[in-house]
Ligand binder design. Sequence first.
Ligand code: SAH
Ligand code: SF4
Ligand code: F3S
Length: 452
Amino acid sequence: MKTPPKTFHVKSFGCQMNVYDGERMAELMTAQGMTAAADANDADLVVLNTCHIREKATEKVYSDIGRIRKTAGKSGGDPMIAIAGCVAQAEGEEIVRRAKVDVVVGPQAYHNLPALVAQAAAGTAALDTDMPLASKFGHLPARRRVGPSAFLTVQEGCDKFCTYCVVPYTRGAEVSRPFAAIVDEAKALVDAGAREITLLGQNVNAWVDADGRGLHDLIRTLDRIPGLARIRYTTSHPNDMAQGLIDAHGDVESLMPFLHLPVQSGSTRILKAMNRSHGRDDYLRLLDRVRAVRPDIALSGDFIVGFPGETEADFADTLSLVDAVGYAQAFSFKYSPRPGTPAATMTDEIAADVMDERLQRLQASLGRDQRAFNEASVGRTCHVLVERVGKLPGQWLGKSPWLQSVHLIGDHAIGDMVTVELTGATQSSLSGCVPHAQPREMLNVLHNVLTV
Ligand code: SAH
Ligand code: SF4
Ligand code: F3S
């Protein structure tokens, strides 16, 4: 028997969908009467909301469990530990065996967390990795208080089965939440303080409802919510990039000029081995169509280097694709074999030093392009949504429409939408100033009117 926990701390790893899930778990436990602790060491219950995408991410879970026990033990505590997220789904009972945790709960079952915690408090380790047909969303409490930029999961799961990827196994098949439930949650988020909503899904642009409406229909409806100034969405798959969604980038004012569209490799041969179901040229043509409707759009992507069998010529194709696109930002990873995926049994692995060297060259190219994109923004005037305080006194940090971080000094507040002239650039951020003094009342009036 353990005392039922009164305080909790949720730590999320991995993608934005995990961040969203972590917020929803926190809301769920708050609704049960528990209090959030800012530090894991002060919590009776620590929830590690885990990521399984690469080996390093998974191993981190076990080292974190050890660290929590050690530091909490020093202050005489023995917190209950719950493992949620994709490692929970993938490893299930193995985690209980290996790390003796109290609760293991998968991404589709976390609405049961309070019951699982109660079971663990009564003395039995509790496990739930079911993927029930009925969605968890109906069991979660209403949204209450959020920051100016909020996440909203609209789609979950993946049917694409890229040969390297665990997501179809940890998150299950593609499922879209109903239209009305999403619109209601978006309105609740705006009432709770959001001025920007990022629609989330492992394949967000595959969102579709029973009436055949697509993501662009949803975006056009959300665009009419008073007080919602900005809409974003991530992550998209090239094959689900419908013309309706591309067109929305041309005429929906609140839809921000930013598109994260992972390509993984610039080599059609490697893309085929990855089961990406699009080639290099399909991807480049698609981006041309997006740029035709929104020439200033900031493009982002994901890359994997060192996929089994990747030759120097394949990698050169990736570098030349990067040169052709000119990404505003991008994520790049070394290939990590994942147990149970088809690629894990491929034998023509790439040596670690070759992978390292390729990653360095790719990141040098991507870094160069990110800096160039930021430098080209200097001199522009745009709206910046202030999201948090900066490190220096009087400094604020916000985002431009193109998702660049912008540093500002002045009389601002979190949630303000400020007209800013971009004055300086580094690879990772911009600095800006208010072109002429804007009294606070004026800004508040402009709040609902300004979008980009
Ligand atoms: N659904 C999204 C994101 C999936 S996971 C998509 O299709 O793009 C985020 C990124 O992690 C992927 O885009 C890919 O670049 C990377 N990734 C996935 N599996 C990986 C693996 N086994 N090794 C290295 N990187 C991987
Ligand atoms: Fe993974 Fe591919 Fe699905 Fe993205 S599309 S989640 S990379 S299987
Ligand atoms: Fe990681 Fe799961 Fe997201 S594996 S990237 S937390 S979907």
